[in-house]
Design a protein around this ligand. Structure first.
Ligand code: NAD
Ligand code: ZN
Ligand code: ZN
Length: 340
């Protein structure tokens, strides 16, 4: 069986891997059909992802089909198409015991800390499979990206009648926008990139403000909100300067969610946070309930996945295509690899 492995930064290769044995207790054998590529894969490729280890078979956004299940498995059966929750948690630590499987202390993310889905078949814990009879394999591969935004919006507690600002309109910001809209809140989006803001206006029908880093964005936001600013800010830039500045946009008694990730320090003057009694939240990965909710929303037609998938590649073409997806001018939102 052939797999694509990231041997070291900027170097993919095709390797031979053994065909998996029959699944044991708690396990399922899956056939991989579609793999979505995201910023985590790009960072791993560029050697900029602190927790990524090499060599690694990438692939954590997966549309799969169950081939066989181990003894006693009842949540899925052979032939079912599934999305995979790639956060393999230990089920024993303090976080897991309290239901926070998204931030397990011993978390192993498929395709990041342990081998992922760029291979025809592999074994996964059956409890990580979320089946749907209606979704296409591409849609199933998109569920994980959407789950990141779903969880962030949940953390922010966005509600109808509120103003919500999403900073950064990459795939993670876009996934947050989907759920802010579903909450019934008014959605305003900041970015430095005109093309991305245009996509937000045309494909997602939200208000946008271009960040010029000259203070004008704060004034424009005040104008749009009658000086009240917003109830919730979700920063999805991964840029520490943006994350430090994000406090300025949070209104009185508002919430700030950091879903983007930086290895740099984020600093801010405390009086602003104190005066407005802000709540600061992190949002990491997603919970099993986010996956089931998203599958239902796509099944019901309440999330339109059509604007999302912009690029496709066959398994054999992926290594050649991948470097192009790093270039902003190719306007990639989501590239999907067809494994089988
Ligand atoms: N919370 C999680 O579990 C989780 C999961 C996956 C990814 N992430 C993180 O989410 C972040 C976003 O991921 P992505 O794939 O969407 O990245 P991306 O680079 O495609 O998108 C970031 C966007 O932010 C914009 N931006 C950058 N600086 C800005 C600024 N100062 N003001 C306004 N906009 C600015 C960029 O133009 C871009 O459109 C990354 O940090 C990534 O590591 C978090
Ligand atoms: Zn991803
Ligand atoms: Zn754990």
């Amino acid at each position: 069986m052939q797999a694509i492995q990231l041997e070291k930064p900027e170097h993919f290769r095709v390797i031979d891997v053994p065909t998996p044995a029959a699944p044991g207790p708690g396990e399922a054998l899956v056939r991989v059909h579609r793999v979505g590529i995201c910023g985590t894969d790009f960072s791993g490729y560029l050697g900029k992802m602190p927790f990524y280890s090499y060599p690694r078979i990438p692939g954590h956004e997966l549309g799969v089909e169950v081939v066989a299940v181990g003894p006693g498995i009842t949540n899925v059966k052979a032939g079912e198409r599934c999305s995979v929750e790639p956060y393999i948690n230990c089920q024993r630590c303090y976080a897991c015991e309290r239901g926070h499987s998204n931030c397990c202390e011993n978390l192993q993310v498929l395709g990041v800390h342990t081998d992922g889905g760029l291979r025809p078949q592999f074994i996964v814990p059956a409890r990580k499979l979320h089946p749907s009879a209606k979704l296409t394999l591409e849609q199933l591969a998109l569920v994980e990206t959407l789950a990141i935004g779903c969880h962030a919006v949940q953390r922010g507690g966005c509600q109808a009648g509120e103003n919500v600002l999403v900073i950064g309109a990459g795939p993670i910001g876009l996934s947050a926008i989907e759920f802010v809209k579903l909450s019934g809140a008014r959605t305003i989006v900041f970015d430095v990139n005109d093309q991305r803001l245009e996509f937000c206006r045309t494909a997602m029908d939200v208000e946008t403000i271009r960040v010029k880093d000259d203070g004008s964005e704060l004034q424009e936001l005040q104008k749009l909100t009658d000086g009240k600013l917003v109830n919730v800010v979700i920063d999805a830039t991964g840029n520490n300067k943006s994350m430090s500045q994000a406090l300025q946009y949070v209104g009185f008694a508002g919430r700030l969610v950091f879903v983007g990730i930086t290895t740099q320090e984020v600093s801010f003057g405390h009086p602003l946070m104190h005066r407005r009694e802000m709540t600061l939240l992190a949002s990491r990965n997603a919970l099993p309930g986010d996956f089931t909710r998203i599958i239902r929303l796509i099944e019901e037609g309440r999330i339109d996945t059509r604007p999302w998938i912009t690029h496709h590649a066959a398994f054999a073409e992926m290594i050649g295509q991948f470097p192009r997806w790093l270039k902003p001018e190719t306007r990639v939102i989501k590239a999907v690899v067809h494994v089988g």
